[in-house]
Design a protein around this ligand. Structure first.
Ligand code: NAI
Length: 474
């Protein structure tokens, strides 16, 4: 297949729904002539009219010029049927394998041989979609995120038959459209939907174990830098949708128990408590999460204070308690006070250290809510260290540490299996789901040994496949 660059491609967007309309906008704003086609009569015209309204609103706000908007709109033409004078099709129709395959067969009969077909599928295998095509090498995934004009990430997904030059041409085009493209291999969930699973799964495990409330877990992960906590995020996505994605990743991995869905979420779906859209999920809407209590905590006293360990966290603690002495060569990080120990979690529980010991969660940000397992004195010392203590059950890895470790582990497996590279995983998670850092940035900060140790301890505690350590980390 000979492929010219797609920089001046005549574009056909098929499907004028939520995603297709956004894709047509982005392509037209980048200067492409765009046809917009939908089987639903009037859908393409309606999408264009709605886009005109949105863009004119941006003119009123001074964000776009009237000329630019008129030029963009002039490039988009609603079409009654697909036609052959096209270099790139972007398909954004219903998420159904058979319907998409039928469309590709229809398109192949019309299009010139060098035309590229890109699918915006979010969950169907690109390899499977290409089966039956005359030229499977021309099909590639171009997975945008919602809302398309705002979200920077595009996963460029190669199936088994996709020609590398086709994937590269779509990658280069996405970059020209102002996006950050990332190459991915067509495996279940691609990059983002796969690596993100533990963000939900670890919370659901904690809830199943009755270790903490949804509002506490949300507060701790927000304090770690996530824009939304997992419970409020699942409520926003909708439990039906989130549960369906988890189930599809689980099934597509031949029921690898690592991806086992949660009974907690199953029950919400069974009840119809789907989140915001049904007025109730973990929380009731419009109110959302109840505020956590502000605790009055007495100033702690100790005759002797020792800050244990090295690194950024130990330095921060030493600055908060300048009267403390340092024990730099300690094999743990935290604070010792008259016969008590406050240890940064390494996956062991407070109970594993005997009386007087407490564990606290990984503080990814300098202040804010932090989970701990310990007594009232532990809470007082954490407050003194500038944190807002939140009591949880004494489980390995508490809230943030186990979540981050599992996100790192899933990303490591994805790289091990050639789904993407490290930079791709980091970009995908930061741009596709707004994570405060990429999994490999966390890994660099925390260290592979510490992550693997924590995962091994989770594995000893729970047994099963969920916490098996990625060979990539070993
Ligand atoms: P939507 O339901 O808003 O739009 C789909 C449109 O396709 C509808 O207007 C429908 O009339 C039209 N359509 C259905 N069959 C057709 C056919 N055979 N030929 C032409 N038009 C047809 O759906 P949405 O959300 O825009 O999703 C479209 C695709 O994008 C799906 O594959 C979905 O998985 C994927 N996607 C969706 C995301 C989202 O957040 N909604 C994110 C990323 C990908």
């Amino acid at each position: 297949m000979s492929l010219k660059t797609l920089s001046e491609a005549r574009v056909l967007v098929v499907g004028a729904g939520l995603m297709g309309a956004g894709i047509a906008q982005v392509a037209a704003q980048a200067g492409h002539v765009v046809r917009l086609y939908d089987t639903r009569a009037g859908a393409a015209e309606a999408a264009k009219a709605k886009l005109a309204q949105t863009l004119e609103g941006l003119v009123a706000k001074g964000k776009l010029t009237l000329e630019a908007v008129q030029a963009t709109l002039a490039r988009i033409t609603p079409a009654d049927a697909p036609s052959g004078d096209i270099d790139l099709v972007v398909e954004a129709i219903v998420e159904n394998l058979e319907v998409k395959r039928a469309l590709f067969a229809e398109l192949e009969a019309l299009l010139p041989p060098e035309a590229v077909i890109a699918t915006n599928t979010s969950s169907i295998s690109v390899t499977a979609l290409a089966r039956g095509m005359k030229a499977p090498e021309r099909l590639v995934g171009m997975h945008f995120f919602n809302p398309v004009p705002l979200m920077k990430l595009v996963e460029v997904v190669s199936g088994l038959g996709t020609a590398p030059e086709v994937a590269q041409a779509v990658f280069d085009l996405a970059a020209r459209w102002g996006k950050t493209p990332v190459h991915a291999r067509s495996t279940p969930g691609f990059i983002v939907n796969r690596i993100a699973r533990p963000y939900y799964a670890e919370t659901l495990m904690l809830l199943q174990d009755r270790a903490a409330t949804p509002e506490l877990i949300d507060a701790c992960l927000r304090a770690a830098g996530f824009r939304m906590g997992p419970c409020e995020l699942m409520d926003l996505i909708g439990h039906d949708t989130n549960f369906a994605v988890t189930n599809s990743v689980f099934a597509a991995n031949f029921f690898d128990r690592r991806f086992t869905p949660s009974l907690v979420q199953q029950e919400l779906v069974d009840a119809g408590f789907l989140g915001r859209k049904s007025g109730r999920g973990f929380y009731r809407y419009p109110d959302g999460a109840p505020a956590l209590p502000i605790m009055a905590i007495a100033s702690p006293r100790a005759a002797r204070l020792v800050v244990h360990g090295r690194g950024a966290l130990a330095e921060r603690f030493a600055a908060s308690v300048p009267e403390a002495v340092r024990e730099l060569d300690s094999d743990w990080v935290g604070l010792a006070t008259d016969g008590r120990q406050l240890r940064l979690t390494d996956g062991r529980r407070a109970a594993d250290f005997g009386p007087g010991a407490a564990v606290f969660d990984l503080p990814l940000a300098p202040g804010g809510d932090i989970a701990y397992a310990g007594d009232a004195a532990t809470a007082a010392w954490l407050t003194r260290l500038g944190l807002t203590p939140r009591a949880v059950a004494d489980l390995p890895g508490l809230v943030v540490a186990r979540t981050i470790a599992m996100l790192v582990n899933e990303a490591a497996d994805a790289v091990q299996q050639g789904v993407c590279n490290e930079a791709g995983a980091d970009a995908a998670m930061k741009l596709g789901v707004n994570y405060p850092a990429g999994p490999f940035e966390w890994l660099a900060y925390w260290g592979a040994d510490a992550v693997a140790t924590l995962l091994n301890r989770l594995d000893q505690h729970y047994r099963g496949e969920r916490y098996r350590v990625s060979p990539y980390l070993k």
